[in-house]
Write a protein that binds this ligand. Structure first.
Ligand SMILES: C[S@@+](CC[C@H](N)C(=O)[O-])C[C@H]1O[C@@H](n2cnc3c(N)ncnc32)[C@H](O)[C@@H]1O
Length: 212
């Protein structure tokens, strides 16, 4: 779904306190005093990272979004929050390796990523093997990827890609919100699908040892 253009977004992003102006300059030094480094790719309007930052104040949450309008809204929400453990990167997940060092990320979150249903665009899916191999190198040794989606075909595709790139399955659900999960916040898209009564697919894959 295409997002309506938010007129103030560009200007706001230029002055936001929680938007990283030069994330490449912080490569290798994000952790500081925080326990775990979480990165959400395609954060949309930012609710998930914001709520998770409140739930886990000792961890650092970095939300990445390429769409200017969504990023502007997320930046404003982050600035208005009291959280000191929340950063926005306005950029493309394809550039992840420029902002994070090898082994620097503890948890990667893929929430309701664009499905790119046509086969010829499969490489653009954030859970396709090209991306997964980059994530693998940036994850810490006990790092993991948590993925949620409403999209069955994307979920099936992703599970196979995770397994083919050496990730180790740790959790899997085809109706995650059947049980309460107060430890994991609900995203904007997720809220919509829950309201429609649609099941939420979720999996967690650990980096594991990969000796290929
Ligand atoms: C379907 S929306 C989901 C938003 C949010 N995660 C949620 O669950 O409510 C997907 C978001 O990912 C962003 N996105 C897609 N590809 C991206 C990429 N390569 N880098 C950064 N953001 C991306 C889109 O702009 C969009 O805001």
């Amino acid at each position: 779904m295409r997002m309506r253009k938010v007129k103030w977004a560009v200007e706001y992003l230029g002055q936001s306190k929680k938007k990283a102006a030069h994330p490449e300059n912080r490569r290798g030094s994000w952790h500081s005093d925080k326990k775990k480094l979480h990165v959400e790719l395609g954060c949309g309007k930012g609710n998930y990272s914001l709520e998770m930052a409140k739930l886990y104040p000792d961890d650092l949450f970095i939300a990445v979004e390429k769409n200017e309008s969504a990023a502007g809204i997320a930046a404003k929400k982050f600035d208005e929050s009291e959280c000191d453990n929340l950063v926005l990167i306005h950029g493309d997940a394809a550039d992840l390796g420029q902002w994070f060092d090898l082994g620097e990320i503890d948890v990667l979150h893929l929430n309701f990523s664009d499905p790119w249903p046509k086969k010829r665009y499969a490489k653009r899916r954030l859970s396709s093997s090209g991306f997964l191999n980059v994530y693998r190198s940036l994850l810490s040794s006990d790092g993991e990827i948590q993925m949620k989606t409403d999209n069955g075909p994307l979920f099936e595709f992703s599970v196979v890609e995770f397994l083919n790139t050496g990730f180790v399955l740790s959790e899997l659900s085809v109706d995650y919100r059947r049980d309460p999960h107060p430890e994991d916040s609900i995203t904007e898209y997720e809220e919509k699908f829950i309201r429609l009564g649609q099941p939420i697919y979720r999996c967690v894959f650990k980096k594991g040892d990969y000796a290929k």
